[in-house]
Write a new protein. Structure first.
Ligand SMILES: [Zn+2]
Length: 284
């Protein structure tokens, strides 16, 4: 008997960036300039597109402007295969380190480039490393003014770098401006023993047993009747990426579970329904 797919459609997303854009990688290799590393993003994105095509699933690709500029054909291919192209900022700079005008310039530049490449409106945004914290809530106003319809930059968990454990767990309007509103679509969590369990991807997906993730998503879909937002990075499917010297804590967080990632992801796509964020939110 094959797995019975539940009715709730979840959102599947990919943060399109290089392995060397990851904050853990950057911190761990401090002192080695970025240009010393070779680009591997096209190959990794190709692997993801093939996997999605095989399972007939569409996803949202939050593309970094800097990466889109260097790989325009790849961005066009993502759009051509029916996926949603959304914005991951221009240069992977943490929002908490930008002034509001700098942030506006960053998202405007990236949005325009992505729209030029795909010929489609870009309405979704995800901050590098979930760096819109409570002190950066001005960023939501900027996003709304710049024409974005939803943001997906909150992970409602306890985390040393980016968690907001008290934040709302499901899609909701976070800003209104007359008739326009900006929806926040937080990364998926399951409520368990009074805590929010991270089941929405990232290092946790590689670290936790698949059974835990499966249990969590089922619980959210069936009991709460809500979708989860799931995310991954192209470099998480690239066990052959360079491994420069870095402290063991950084090494562990960046490289754990890379070899089993593709199999785990395949299991996830077999068991649950997924589509683009735009689809799940009903944004046209
Ligand atoms: Zn990123």
């Amino acid at each position: 008997m094959g797995p019975v797919k539940p009715t709730v459609v979840n959102a599947l997303s990919v943060d399109v960036e290089e392995y060397y854009h990851a904050v853990v990688f950057r911190e761990g290799t401090r002192g080695i300039p970025g240009h010393a590393f070779l680009s591997r993003v096209e190959e990794s994105v190709g692997r993801i597109l093939a996997l999605f095509a095989k399972r007939n699933v569409r996803a949202t690709f939050f593309v970094l402007g800097e990466v889109a500029g260097g790989h325009p054909a790849m961005v066009r291919k993502i759009a051509r295969e029916g996926h949603e192209v959304a914005c991951h900022g221009d240069r992977h700079e943490l929002v908490c380190r930008l002034t509001p005008p700098e942030f506006r310039a960053d998202v405007r530049r990236a949005k325009r480039l992505l729209e030029d490449l795909t010929g489609q409106p870009v309405v979704g945004y995800r901050a590098p490393n979930y760096s819109i914290g409570r002190r950066e809530s001005w960023a939501y106003d900027v996003l709304l003014e710049e024409g974005f319809r939803y943001d997906s930059s909150v992970y409602p968990i306890l985390h040393d770098r980016y968690g907001q454990p008290g934040a709302a767990r499901f899609p909701h309007a976070i800003r209104r401006n007359g008739r326009e509103h900006l929806i926040e679509f937080p990364i998926g969590t399951a409520r368990f023993l009074g805590l929010n369990l991270p089941i929405g991807g990232g290092g946790y997906f590689r670290l936790l047993p698949f059974a835990v993730i499966r249990y969590g998503i089922r619980r959210v879909n069936a009991r709460e009747g809500q979708p989860i937002m799931f995310y991954l990075h192209p470099w998480e499917l690239d066990p052959g990426q360079p491994r420069p010297p870095m402290p063991w804590r950084h090494r562990f967080r960046h490289y754990v579970g890379l070899r089993t990632m593709e199999a785990k992801l395949t299991s996830l796509l077999r068991r649950f329904r997924f589509s683009t964020a735009q689809d799940v939110l009903g944004i046209r």
